[in-house]
Design a protein around this ligand. Structure first.
Ligand code: UDP
Ligand code: MG
Length: 327
């Protein structure tokens, strides 16, 4: 007899007091609908992770958990960023459930794709990536920068599923293996594929944020791309080698030019080329040093092996999770 899987919907929340009261009931309803359809166990839960919010997010989460056992809350001791908050939730859920679905709390990702994700899991996939089929509701700027982000990542050797953010189903089996990935610089959407196991994609349309503002302006997106690339790929270092070879070729030609100038008696006119070469090489060297420094910085952080997050509080778990769910 097959057992219905216990689903945990894991939602990182940072300063989402405007959004949470609107979207939390949507997620609760989703759990109910899926449980009534017999796809998931009625013991499934919504796990809200407060990423050190400065507004009323945690009191909203506590109130939700108080009123309805379907909600559970986890609070980080300070803001650790989307990826760490999500990881904290996933690791917390691993021992409690069979499958997790991670989703943002702003209502941009269509919760209806969850049903299809669970079906794909029941068909044998251990990881199901939610992929945005269209981005019509995003502004032109957000759309181009976001799509450019995936292209640059790929070009730099960091394989990611195109147009997939962090809306995905991951089974507890995969998460248990994932717990062994001890790195501190985490980029979940690039790391989950590294664990392996059978995976598939589910397509959905991305909507507009219900309220509040995006926490991923261009600056943070660039930082995420840079983190993703340097965490997953050493292609930038290889590119330095290629660049170094090319510059050596140019330098060789410059030497020949300098020698010819010297023997033809035009040495003084070489001042300009010397200056250009010095500046050019100086610039390139600095860029290269910066990139290498970035990796050394990562090694430094990894060797410290600091905990990636600290949990400060949990909502109390109701004694009987089968309690009738109040409205
Ligand atoms: N988030 C978080 N910690 C942060 C920033 C964001 O937990 O430091 C959460 C946020 O509450 C949301 C999700 O991560 O649920 C995605 O953030 P957002 O919607 O602002 O990003 P976008 O969808 O615009 O890329
Ligand atoms: Mg969003």
């Amino acid at each position: 007899m097959d057992r219905r899987p216990v689903l945990y919907i894991v939602i990182p929340c940072y300063n989402e007091e405007e959004v949470l009261p609107v979207t939390a009931p949507v997620f609760r309803q989703k759990i109910r609908t899926l449980a009534e359809a017999g796809k998931i166990s009625p013991e499934s839960r919504v796990l809200l992770v407060d990423d050190g919010s400065k507004d009323k997010t945690w009191s909203i989460i506590s109130a939700l958990a108080q009123a309805d056992p379907v909600f559970r809350g986890l609070r980080l001791s300070r803001n650790r960023g989307h990826q760490n908050a999500l990881l904290a939730g996933l690791m917390e859920a691993t021992s409690l459930c069979d499958i997790t679905i991670s989703i943002d709390c702003d209502g941009q990702d269509d919760p209806d794709a969850m049903g299809r994700m669970v079906e794909a899991y029941l068909d044998g996939a251990e990881v199901v990536y939610g992929v945005r089929s269209r981005r019509d509701t995003d502004t032109f700027f957000k759309r181009t920068t976001a799509e450019g982000f995936y292209k640059v990542m790929k070009w730099m050797g960091a394989e990611v599923v195109f147009n997939h953010a962090d809306y995905r189903l991951v089974s507890a089996k995969v998460l248990k293996e994932f717990a062994g990935f001890r790195e501190v610089n985490i980029f979940l959407r690039g790391m989950v594929p590294l664990v392996g196991f059978k995976s598939t994609c589910v397509y959905y349309e991305r909507r507009e944020r219900i309220a509040g503002e995006s926490h991923y302006p261009l600056k943070k997106m660039l930082a995420l791309a840079f983190d993703g690339i340097t965490s997953l790929s050493i292609k930038p270092i290889r590119m330095i080698t290629t660049l170094g070879a090319m510059i050596s070729g140019v330098a060789f030609l410059l030497i020949v030019y300098a020698l010819v100038s010297y023997f033809t008696g035009n040495a003084v006119s070489g001042w300009a080329s010397t200056l250009i070469a010095t500046c050019f090489l100086g610039g390139i060297q600095l860029v290269c040093l910066g990139v290498i420094g970035e990796y050394i910085g990562k090694i430094y952080l990894e060797t410290k092996a600091r905990p990636r997050y600290v949990i400060s509080e949990r909502t109390t778990v109701h004694q009987d999770p089968q309690d009738p769910v109040p409205d």
